[in-house]
Ligand binder design. Structure first.
Ligand SMILES: [Zn+2]
Length: 138
């Protein structure tokens, strides 16, 4: 665990244990429907597109593009105070799903970030069990 980590920490649920194990191992794992062939996020047993529970786990490429982003100067939680300004974003994964994340290793200025900018996943270890997927310019 990173010393002094004082931000909210995800609580794994049975449906997401495999996802968090993958993140800890440096893999971005997604669920994929074996009937309609669509990948989806967040991980759950039932396909959100067709409703079937015939699904599998896949390892995503980690490649994505920025769908949208913001630059935060006033944090919603005191744990983020030292990170200001930071860049929460929604990225669209190469496999199709969009996920909420944070852009890192990027200048937190509008001129440095653009919609559809290619990014790739990196993992930040925050506890012995949890690593958070974040994205940096590809
Ligand atoms: Zn489906």
């Amino acid at each position: 665990m990173a010393d002094g980590y004082n931000k909210p920490i995800p609580i794994p649920q049975p449906e997401s244990d495999h996802y968090w194990e993958g993140a800890k191992a440096g893999e971005l794992r997604l669920r994929k429907c074996d009937d309609c062939n669509k990948a989806y996020f967040y991980p759950r047993n039932i396909c959100p597109d067709c409703g079937n529970n015939n699904t599998s786990w896949i390892v995503a490429s980690g490649k994505a593009k920025v769908h949208t982003f913001a630059i935060v100067h006033r944090p919603p939680h005191p744990g983020f105070m030292d990170d200001l300004p930071y860049v929460p974003a929604i990225v669209e994964l190469e496999e199709g799903p969009r996920m909420a994340t944070q852009l890192v290793n990027v200048t937190p200025e509008p001129e440095a970030i653009s919609i559809d900018m290619p990014v790739k996943v990196v993992f930040e270890s925050i506890t012995d069990e949890i690593s958070l997927p974040k994205f940096e310019p590809a």
